[in-house]
Design a protein around this ligand. Sequence first.
Ligand code: NAG
Ligand code: NAG
Length: 430
Amino acid sequence: MGGHYINLSIIAILVSTLYGPISHELTVLGVFRTASSAVNSHGQDRRPIHAVEDTLHCEDLHYYPPADQIFTACEDSALSRFKWFPPLANFDGEADTTGSIHVIDPRTLISSRLAFENFSGPFVTHGIDLIPDPEREDAVYIFAVNHLGNPEHETGNVPRARSQIELFHHVLQSGNARHVRSIRHPLITTPNDIYAASPRSFYVTNDHHSREGYKRMAEDLLPVAKWSNVIHVQLDRLPGISAEGGVDAVVAADGLRNPNGLGHGQSEDEVLLTSAIGGILYRARPNPLNRTVTVLDHFAFDSTIDNPSYYRDPYRTSDDDASGYILGGLLRAVDVAQTHNQPHAKEGVMVWHLRRSPTATTRDADRDSDSGWEKRLIFEDDGTHIRTASTALLLPIQSEESSKSTSEKKARLFVTGFVSEAVIAVEVSL
Ligand SMILES: *[C@@H]1O[C@H](CO)[C@@H](O)[C@H](O)[C@H]1NC(C)=O
Ligand SMILES: *[C@@H]1O[C@H](CO)[C@@H](O)[C@H](O)[C@H]1NC(C)=O
């Protein structure tokens, strides 16, 4: 997530007169939504919400089944993000703080930091992705966005940020992450999230065309401001090379509004992409030959949404399959204009579950969704338990663990945000 939102109360009226019906826009931004007290599972049957210790400002989460661990990248200090974080247009800090890659055990909810080898930061964290090491079954490569300051910034013409991607190699359960190389290219300007296709090939979103100023505000405000893109990067060499060496980048998709989260979908070649401020999830297909991504279809949500994930229901049956897409976003994105640099503000969250409609019931089905799909709010909080949501992940609860008193299907939901104090875990009904 990222965005320099501005209070729409007046501008919305101006824009609506220029652009016709924008009620969906205002719904997505939460302009008319009031933050209610924290509820989950629609208020009934409240379950405890666990906060995972030492998981500060972890923007992204990825579950890696072979390790049975959740990977994330977090900040090490509480205040730095409110000073320096280019995705929120926070440019007051020194950009010299450190962050860490953490692994979370989804059962014990213990988070541990990986010790870096050959890397000492600065590391201003954001989206990550993992991909298996094809040469070593028990290892992964980890790509991570790093929002560094620009050593060449002196005047207004040279951008203040010079963001890059870090590539690490991690042997599962080793506790270490070895830095392989940094990756920098002029086409990677406002990187947000990554979709790794192989250790040498990945897609990265630029969430805005403009890093700051009025043009950036226009991107957040105007649905027509489809000015940003997704970049495909091919690496010729992995280790022992400068950040700019052997980096071949091209535009993979263009004409997008606030392209933000990327995720792995239902099949090997399903790329999930979101427009955060548009509240839209795109399902897309990568084309390795011409290095583009083709959007196949899309779904609109009633809030901003961020990094998408896919849940495969291990207890699915032909008439009850909870497999689907999990998306977290902001209850009132419109407020971020005021709160983005306030350490003690609260922003509420909404988490959605999108799946094929069960044939038996269409009770909860969103009437606007494409027929055959159902969109449900599975978690909502006013900011008391978690401040902002940028990623939500669902993991199955083994049937003996889940409550026997009802036949309801349960799963454990993990939610994190770009300025959340901790990742939270809570049981939800599907
Ligand atoms: C450490 O990083 C330097 C500079 O990127 C590189 O030349 C060197 O090979 C790396 N060492 C190891 C052990 O990876
Ligand atoms: C890239 O390849 C795909 C699949 O062959 C095709 O559908 C698409 O139109 C191509 N895009 C461009 C820009 O050539």
